[in-house]
Design a protein around this ligand. Structure first.
Ligand SMILES: NC(=O)c1ccc[n+]([C@@H]2O[C@H](COP(=O)([O-])OP(=O)(O)OC[C@H]3O[C@@H](n4cnc5c(N)ncnc54)[C@H](O)[C@@H]3O)[C@@H](O)[C@H]2O)c1
Length: 525
């Protein structure tokens, strides 16, 4: 199954398939087709006329013809008719070609939409309320039999289209780079990489950059998928770990690119965690003044954070990420199935960023995290889609970090400082976990959040096995120094993004008094 499948919107009459589909296609930068309009164009007759002339069976034949013609074409979003997939054989054909999202709404909403629309619907003529009740009762089991369903309710098409993107794991990030880039999250994503590159006109030879932990598990599958799409590839395996995120590793990568005959039109694919992504992306940004790259993130942190946003870079002996470039990938393709081999400590660390995403902008995701470790690991696919969605929404609003994007710094002003002061004994996720709780306490103290928020966040993080208190071995002065060196500070003030409640954060808050910060860090482990 290719990564860029068709997306079919389905559901009862009046549920909003066309309005949502049009908006979804626009958001995903894909063509949109309305099956009814395609039928009318092919048959040269309005739908009521087809019904009058040829009956429902005749209409279904026209639908099948119109759909066949579209599916042989490229891909896009199609709003199907309310009963299209009842036709013999059509459902399996459609499900083999793409994802069917079944939209649902209560009968009153359907009726309201239908009575306010001027479209003539032959199957509902006469007593529209009674006909609709009969039709939805007869088809209820059919609509419910689709695995991907979404409550469309009375929301605006834009809102439903956004929920649809989260449900489908398909996004398009605008605002960075001339054409933006797609983010695709899907369980068998590794097998789809080759076809996804081919469809985007990306060319070989492809340099696949991975590390010593990830390559043995996944490089062969990925290179196999490239081969099937007719793309030649060369694997460059770097040693695993942050200590190799250096200029030396970059030089080795560039030398490898030259040996592999990588040209200006070639493609770099980063297969690994955030270290591989940052390095391979930066190597691509500078090689021949910029070649295209594709991110295939394999750690939780990389899927929900590092691979999204176009930042690439390397460390210098003087500090982390001191050199780098904004060089967005052409595609991010995440396969949550690869998390099966991620060491548990890395998974827990990545979970801090997931909780952060919930606190910033998705109350439902935060509630899912509150169910605990078993629940979140069993729902890793949903967890990745929802957490990635929060970051994507934020970077869409502020691609180059001028304002709203600062929301993503939640937990990081304190987090970076304790990480640094611990001399990196604390993992990044652990430090962010502590940082989030300390910053929530600070928010309470400053009257930005209601009392109790810090405890609510701490309880969820603790349940996920993450620390929430500054370790007793860390001296406040060292934390203070580290915080003041943080590159995100303004000249005189420390700048925070603080939680106001679950699902909302306030950015750019300057705190010039150390007292409240010190108080927020008082509880030690
Ligand atoms: N560019 C950005 O916007 C951004 C944002 C956040 C973090 N980062 C960077 O990301 C890096 C941290 O990312 P990370 O936590 O993914 O670190 P990482 O790349 O070091 O991966 C963590 C460990 O897990 C291993 N691993 C990864 N995926 C695996 C898999 N599926 N199976 C088995 N092992 C696997 C890696 O080999 C490594 O040992 C830092 O360098 C940080 O600066 C960048």
């Amino acid at each position: 199954m290719p990564a860029d499948e068709w997306i079919f919107l389905y559901g009862p009459p009046g549920v909003g398939k066309s309005a949502v589909g049009r908006r979804l296609a626009q958001d995903l930068a894909l063509p949109f087709y309305d099956l009814d309009a395609e039928v009318e164009a092919r048959s040269g007759a309005a739908i009521p006329e087809i019904f009058a002339r040829e009956g429902e069976a005749g209409f279904r034949t026209w639908e099948r013809r119109a759909l066949d013609a579209l599916l042989d074409n490229t891909t896009g979003v199609i709003a199907l008719g309310g009963g299209t997939l009842l036709a013999e054989g059509l459902r399996s054909r459609v499900e083999a070609t793409g994802l069917v999202l079944s939209l649902e709404a209560p009968p009153e909403t359907l009726l309201e939409h239908l009575t306010s629309s001027s479209d003539e619907r032959p199957l509902l003529s006469g007593d529209i309320k009674a006909r609709l009740e009969d039709l939805t009762a007869a088809r209820a089991g059919h609509y419910r039999s689709f695995p991907l369903r979404l409550e469309a309710g009375n929301g605006a098409p834009g809102e439903i289209a956004w929920l649809a993107q989260m449900r489908l794991g398909r996004f398009h990030v605008r605002g960075m780079g001339p054409q933006g880039y797609d983010v695709i999250i899907r369980p068998d994503g590794l097998e789809a990489v080759g076809e996804a590159l081919r469809r985007r006109g990306l060319r070989g030879p492809v340099a696949v950059v991975s590390d010593g932990n990830v390559a043995p598990h996944y490089a062969a599958r990925l290179e196999g998928s490239l081969r099937s799409a007719g793309l030649s590839s060369r694997l460059a395996t770097i040693p695993a770990g942050e200590s190799y995120k250096t200029l030396e590793t970059l030089t080795a990568l560039w030398e490898g690119f030259i040996r592999a005959g990588l040209a200006r039109s070639s493609t770099v694919v980063a297969l690994g965690g955030g270290v591989v992504g940052d390095l391979a992306g930066f190597a691509a940004a500078a090689y021949l003044r910029g070649v295209v790259w594709v991110a295939v993130p394999t750690s939780l942190l990389a899927m929900v954070d590092a691979s999204l946003g176009g930042k690439t870079g390397a460390n210098l002996p003087h500090g982390k990420n001191l050199v780098g470039a904004f060089h967005p990938p052409r595609l991010v393709l995440a396969d949550p199935g690869t998390l099966d081999t991620l060491p548990e400590a890395e998974l827990r660390s990545g979970m801090a960023e997931v909780v952060k995403a919930g606190v910033i902008g998705d109350e439902g995701l935060f509630e899912l995290c509150a169910w605990g470790w078993e629940a979140v690991t069993a729902a890793s696919d949903e967890v990745v889609r929802r957490a990635a969605a929060v970051k994507i929404r934020v970077i869409q609003d502020d691609p180059y970090e001028d304002g709203a994007r600062m929301a993503l710094n939640l937990g990081h002003t304190v987090g970076h400082a304790v990480e640094k002061a611990s001399n990196f004994r604390l993992r990044h996720g652990e430090a962010v976990s502590i940082g989030m709780v300390v910053e929530a306490r600070l928010a309470e103290d400053l009257g930005i959040a209601k009392r109790g928020l810090a405890e609510t966040i701490a309880a969820v993080l603790n349940d996920l096995g993450l620390p929430t208190r500054v370790p007793a071995y860390l001296d406040s002065e060292a934390i203070r120094r580290a915080m003041q060196q943080d590159k995100k500070r303004t000249p005189e003030h420390l700048r925070f993004s603080l939680p106001a409640r679950i699902g909302a954060v306030r950015v750019g808050l300057e705190v010039d008094d150390w007292g409240p910060i010190e108080r927020a860090m008082q509880q030690r482990s």
